[in-house]
Design a protein around this ligand. Structure first.
Ligand code: KG4
Ligand code: ZN
Length: 346
């Protein structure tokens, strides 16, 4: 038998994120906003391996989830008895890592007799700018740029996401990470490559701007990584060479992302662009989009810097939005995760 919880106007939602290498727990209050969020990054754990080791990630989520929950409850000066619903990332992501968050969330929800809401990780990213002090309003165009996805979407409301274009191969974050790895920059590569790029000059090396003139809103970044490989093969790079190569690589990615984002605004006739996902933390990308949207008479919105990468706050918020719109089943102890889950299917 299915027990449906009523639609609550005032509620406290616990959000749990464990899809990859960050454990995030947060408490979102529909009236007072984000009360607390606690994140543990596994960067140190995976650094020695040059990438995320799924089994280690799952085990670490298990270790962190309860201490982070306590931390978030303390920060919000509240107790579990006050929680009205639990939202958790059910996909996409690493199956084992997702199962930790899902199992914890569903069993806690059953024990507290509150609804449990499976949330799409990208929906969390997509709605995260709505947590800022100056949020966008529906409808808007969203540029989702994370480690696994590069997509342009038309967002007309919660759960109403139309895919306008996406990458045909590597995601932008993946291209940053793979290129950083081949330049020997360590893990996580994206932020390190971006940091080095700020010290270099674009133009000394020449890299392509893939699909810039394709006439559609698709992307392709895997050739860019190969082009970098061609430049560095059989060559010893000094610090300046590396910085210049990073600067050119970053300029190439930004040029394509910005051009297609502006084209998406034009094609849809919308004037608000929302940027979400880890690559949205890139300062040069932000500067280019700020200038580009301003010149086009549009506006660009970002999540708070600390909410750009994976966190529980965006999951709690997305869960709360769902709960405000439709009744949700109470935790039954039965659940599934979806390591692959197109956003259009939410
Ligand atoms: O959204 P996110 O935290 O996790 C996923 O859902 O994938 O995004 C992580 C991605 C990684 O590929 C990382 O290298 C990239 O975001 N990233 C950056 C920057 N900060 C994080 N890429 C470029 N510049 C940055 N500053
Ligand atoms: Zn993410």
């Amino acid at each position: 038998m299915l027990f449906l919880a009523p639609i609550l106007a005032l509620m406290l939602v616990l959000g749990i994120e464990s899809s990859c290498d960050e454990t995030g727990l947060a408490l979102y209050d529909s009236e007072h906003g984000l009360l607390a969020h606690a994140v543990h990054s596994q960067v140190d754990l995976h650094e020695a391996y040059g990438g995320v080791v799924p089994e280690l990630a799952s085990r670490d989520h298990i270790r962190r989830v309860v201490p982070l929950l306590r931390k978030a409850l303390n920060e919000a000066a509240t107790g579990l008895g006050e929680v009205d619903a639990i939202a958790y990332t059910a996909g996409p992501g690493l199956a084992g890592a997702l199962l930790v968050g899902a199992g914890f969330a569903e069993s806690l929800a059953m024990a507290l007799a509150v609804p449990a809401l499976p949330v799409h990780h990208l929906e969390g990213h997509l709605l995260s700018p709505l947590l800022s002090a100056d949020p966008p309003r529906f409808p808007f165009v969203a540029l989702l740029v994370s480690g696994g996805h590069t997509q342009l979407m038309r967002v007309t409301g919660v759960g109403q996401y139309e895919l306008l274009g996406e990458t045909l191969d590597d995601a932008a974050g993946e291209a940053f990470d793979k290129t950083a790895k081949l330049l020997g920059l360590g893990y996580p590569g994206g932020p390190q490559l971006a940091h080095l790029a700020e010290q270099g000059q674009p133009g000394r090396y020449t890299l392509p701007r893939p699909m810039l003139h394709s006439g559609d809103l698709s992307f392709s970044f895997s050739g860019l990584k190969t082009a970098v490989l061609t430049q560095v093969r059989n060559r010893t790079l000094d610090a300046r060479d590396k910085a210049d190569l990073c600067a050119e690589f970053q300029a190439a990615i930004i040029k394509v992302l910005a051009t297609k984002s502006l084209a998406a605004l034009k094609a849809t006739g919308l004037r608000q662009l929302v940027v979400a996902g880890g690559v949205g933390a890139n300062r040069a990308l932000r500067a280019t989009l700020d200038a580009g949207t301003q010149a086009a008479g549009a506006r660009v919105f970002y999540p708070e810097m600390e909410l750009c990468t994976d966190n529980g706050a965006m999951i709690a918020f997305a869960g709360a939005q769902r709960l405000l719109n439709a009744p949700v089943a109470k935790g039954s102890g039965r659940f599934d995760v979806r390591p692959r889950w197109p956003l259009g299917e939410v």
